[in-house]
Design a protein around this ligand. Sequence first.
Ligand code: PRP
Length: 212
Amino acid sequence: MSMLTIAMPKGRIFEEAAALMQEAGYQLPPELDESRKLIIEVPEENMRFFLAKPMDVATYVEHGVADIGIAGKDVLLEEERDVYELLDLKISPCYLAVAGIPDTSLNEVAPKIATKYPTVASAYFREKGEQVEIIKLNGSIELAPLIGLSDRIVDIVSTGQTLRENGLVEYETIVGITSRLIVNPVSYRMKNKEISTLVSRLTDTIEEKAVQ
Ligand code: PRP
């Protein structure tokens, strides 16, 4: 059996992704969660984990330094990578939305849209036939309309708390998001047995959770 290298996203998705692996019967060490180490070997499962920034997971998988990764659909939509999306893990559900200050209309010629997702946002407004100016930010997107940098934002909404606490409202929902299992195409051929086993164990676990 070959060793599988898995790129895990640090941050919000991590806990749910690790819990899902554990529910599927994989024994993961506590330091996967607690330490600041970026590479964790799990010889008992013949696995090695990289802890990566969520936006970078697909990059590691595309380059083949990780066989598998767990990535949000938001990242996959934003950065079309040459990877296979094998499974909807149905964890970390959220959605991309257009939001802004309440009761404001977009009557400017090219309203400004602040976002971490310039590709998704451009495609969305292009499809609607609306001309906009995209302003790329890397985080705390909700600041932009509050301080007059943009008229709207395109950002992830999970609980809605960030919008509420900053007095913003949602105007349009763009697309629902969950985390996905992605695989390097070459690894998929070379390590098909190991990857298929992982996929089928995760699939069973996801189905069991759905009927609970
Ligand atoms: C995300 C997103 C929103 C917030 C939404 O940001 O960009 O700001 O979470 O979650 P909520 O609806 O539950 O409030 P994140 O915390 O990942 O950090 P960022 O601002 O650096 O992107």
